[in-house]
Design a protein around this ligand. Structure first.
Ligand code: HSE
Length: 448
């Protein structure tokens, strides 16, 4: 074992950073044995030095993160601050000063991963970021290393625990979105401002990172189509259930069938209960990968939280330290395919559409014509009557003896696969029909 310790600067000491510091201190002997050299925490940069951090060596705390990375003797900087600045400047400076970097910063990697990789390469350093996607679940390393000899065609995942918790509660209890969000907030799953999670920004950043490494190309968060879960209603969930489906916020990254482009998107979708992702409950994450030779793989586990995320950070730390000991570096950016990222309109998917229509002769034919005019093929249609006086859902057409014609009916149409642009144009045309009183819900159907 080499005796000179590898020195580590910890940038940020919140929920994840304090777990990293604690484990580095309590497991120092094991880490040294695994690396082949002692791994020493040299400094911890924080914004609020007065805060109590149990198990974190107080003598290492500093408020000057830039001075810490500029010291000149730092071998590895661990960035768990988050956000774009000062994280980007600190990481770049760390590379310039000869350090390698572990980062958990999905926002920065999804916005500017290419520049960070370029800086790492320029200075002969490593950039590892397992913790940036799905917390403790090994995904970045399997994609960058284990599957490096295969051809990945599709990545389909639940990569945001907060939204999975909310949708799971809506599904299991029949709660509405606001009620389920309140419960997530009370239990600490949702932040006071839940926008990044519920509007899909967090999942979109993760989708960009996964698509880039899966398809060996550059994908930024700007390339990712995004819809959150705020419009998902209890009626959508009930409708999914009637179809033998559940609703999940999915991150979907796909290589086009001709291999000439890729797509990345985040939106709620109905998936069949038989799909492995349907059984991912509470705040868990899971990612389903399809590759030419490997076939279908599923990765499952806790996608957030201090200790699970620290586990991913420490795995990267050990890998980088081993590289330092053997005077090598790990894999850099692999973006040689330079594939264009197609727009959402070109994505081929299926829609589940609920319409409130006038219940009179010719309406079904009128609706069907709109689908036909847009080259969208209908898979199934279900009609359920609404009581003409109360507007409440009534008996189905087949069993609705006694319900009078002339009221309103609820029509549920599920399409075959078609380009998203054709599907959304169909919905717009349906909205313009006098006989369509309301397009009550639209949701994509995936995972079949
Ligand atoms: N807020 C994220 C989630 C965890 O709910 O999964 C951090 O990415």
């Amino acid at each position: 074992m080499r005796t000179r310790p590898l020195k580590v600067a910890l940038l940020g000491c919140g929920v994840v950073g304090s777990e990293v510091a604690r484990i580095m201190t309590t497991h120092a002997d094991d880490l040294a044995a695994r690396v082949g050299a002692p791994v020493e925490l040299a400094g911890i940069a924080v914004r609020r030095p007065g805060r109590v951090r149990e198990g974190v060596p107080a003598e290492l705390i500093t408020t000057d993160a830039m001075a810490l990375v500029k010291r000149g003797d730092i071998d590895v900087a661990i960035e768990v601050i988050g956000g774009i600045e000062p994280a980007r400047s600190l990481i770049t400076t760390a590379f310039e000063r000869g350090a390698s970097v572990v980062s958990a910063n999905k926002a920065l990697l999804a916005e500017d991963g290419a520049s960070l990789h370029a800086a790492a390469e320029q200075y002969g350093a490593d950039l590892y970021y397992e913790a940036a996607v799905a917390g403790a679940i090994p995904l970045v390393r399997p994609l960058r290393e284990s599957l490096a000899g295969d051809k990945v065609n599709r990545v389909l995942g639940i990569v945001n625990g907060t939204t999975n918790f909310i949708l799971d509660r809506m599904d299991s209890s029949g709660a509405g979105y606001s009620e389920a969000l309140d419960e997530a907030t009370a239990l600490g799953y949702a932040e006071a401002d839940p926008t990044a999670d519920v509007e899909g920004f967090d999942a979109a950043a993760k989708a960009a990172i996964l698509a880039g490494i899966a398809f060996h190309t550059r994908v930024t968060i700007e390339d990712v189509y995004r819809e959150g879960i705020t419009e998902v209603t209890a009626a959508d969930i009930a409708s999914a259930s009637r179809m033998g489906c559940t609703v999940k916020l999915l991150a979907i990254c796909e290589r086009a069938a001709d291999g000439q482009s890729v797509t990345a998107r985040v939106h709620p979708a109905m998936i069949p209960l038989s799909h492995p992702l349907a059984s991912v409950h509470e705040a868990y994450n899971a990612v389903f990968i399809e590759a030419d030779a490997a076939g279908q793989l599923m990765f499952y586990g806790p996608g957030a939280g201090g200790a699970p995320t620290a586990s991913a950070v420490l795995g990267d730390l050990v890998a980088i330290c081993r590289n330092k000991v053997s005077e090598s570096t790990g894999p850099g950016e692999s973006a040689y395919t330079r594939l264009p990222v197609s727009h959402m309109g070109e994505v081929v998917t299926r829609y589940h559409i609920s319409l409130d229509v006038a219940d009179k002769p010719g309406v079904l034919a009128q609706v069907a014509t709109v689908f036909a005019e847009h080259q969208v093929s209908i898979d199934t249609v279900r009609q359920q009557g609404k009581d003409q006086y109360s507007g409440a859902a009534g008996a189905s057409v087949e069993g609705g003896g006694g319900r009078r014609e002339g009221g309103e009916a609820s029509l549920v149409v599920v399409t075959h696969r078609a380009p998203d642009a054709a599907l959304s144009a169909t919905v717009e045309a349906l909205r313009r029909l006098d006989t369509v009183r309301d397009v009550a819900s639209i949701m994509r159907v995936e995972g079949e």
